[in-house]
Design a protein around this ligand. Structure first.
Ligand code: AMP
Ligand code: MG
Length: 316
């Protein structure tokens, strides 16, 4: 079976082609960026509409398949930015009609988790899902995923991007923050863990004050925001692993690209005698291959479900 997966929840428009034997045949994406500001939904919509056909053509070429060889189309139905989700839905509906394919709407968060399992031979991990919008510690329950801890306000990636906007780093800011942090030293920031949850908005306010009053350099803020936020998340994950007795940790989502974060989590796992795994970079951030694989797994449960901007992983 060959599945074509389409990602369109936020800044990335992606088309991935995956076989039921877990082979990623193609994974092409084009992401909206901005040197001036963050994500503006209307600009993202225009971006996705502009690149969609080109991304599709490159994916089909990379996979050496034609539409005749595609069994069905999986698409990201949520969670995500409302108009961006609808744009994705409009695009896949057009392709489905034109080429006579069935649609399977999937949950974007579950797709991140599933693709992590697809490429790693893990038994029953604790998932740490850190992307733009999401920051969640998740385990598999009896029937559904269970969110054990999460952000009470914004996701870690969004927090880094907002910080980047305040100090003029452009969007997305995560990779730049990681580089600048190498030259920084520690300044104190609020450390906000509430039970099993974390909160980032107060940290952002403090950063803005420190930056505007000239009391901290951008490099120092980059270093400190990483140390503080990563430590908060690591604390919650460690508690989730201790509570559930999980011996594997799987890191997924765009922030998984950060080397310092991986080092901290790996050290925590070593101390607990647990195994730490990161999803390979090309499958960590948003892309279509994960949507295709999740579509394969849920093909009997879901069809064209339109979109659901607030759809949580524990509701699937
Ligand atoms: P996703 O929504 O999963 O595609 O993840 C996108 C988020 O990952 C954005 O908020 C980026 O700023 C963030 N990100 C990407 N690379 C890095 C990095 N090296 N360090 C920290 N955050 C990153
Ligand atoms: Mg994502």
């Amino acid at each position: 079976m060959i599945i074509l997966g389409v990602e369109s929840t936020a800044h990335t428009f992606g088309v991935g082609i995956v076989s039921h034997t877990k082979k990623v045949l193609a994974n092409v994406k084009d992401s909206y960026t901005s040197s001036l500001h963050g994500m503006i939904p209307e600009e993202i919509v225009q971006h996705h509409l502009r690149v969609a056909d080109g991304v599709l053509a490159r994916a089909l070429e990379q996979a050496s398949v034609t539409w005749a060889g595609v069994d069905f189309i999986a698409y990201s139905a949520g969670p995500g930015i409302d108009p961006v989700l609808w744009t994705g839905h409009r695009i896949v509906t057009g392709w489905a009609k034109k080429y006579g394919k069935k649609l399977v709407g999937v949950n974007h968060c579950c797709a991140h988790l599933s693709v992590g399992m697809m490429v790693n031979s893990l038994r029953d991990p604790c998932y740490l899902y850190v992307s733009g919008v999401n920051t969640q510690v998740i385990v598999q329950g009896k029937k559904k995923y269970v969110v054990m801890g999460e952000t009470l306000d914004i996701g870690l990636g969004n927090m880094l991007d907002k910080f980047g906007r305040i100090v003029g780093l452009g969007f997305p800011a995560g990779p730049q923050i990681e580089q600048l942090a190498l030259k920084g030293k520690y300044v104190e920031l609020p450390y906000v863990v509430k039970g099993m949850d974390v909160s980032f908005s107060g940290i952002l306010t403090r950063i803005e004050q420190l930056y505007k009053s000239g009391k901290a350099t951008v490099d120092d803020l980059c270093f400190s925001v990483q140390e503080t936020c990563f430590a908060m998340v690591a604390e919650v994950v460690e508690r989730a692993m201790a509570h559930t007795g999980k011996k594997e940790l799987l890191l997924i989502g765009g922030v998984a690209a950060n080397k310092r974060f991986a080092v901290m989590l790996e050290r925590m796992c070593q101390d607990r005698g647990a195994r730490f795994t990161v999803v390979p970079m090309d499958l960590a951030g948003d892309q279509g291959a994960m949507i295709a694989w999740e579509g394969y797994l849920r093909r009997k449960t879901y069809g064209d479900i339109e979109v659901n901007p607030q759809w949580r992983a524990d509701e699937v």
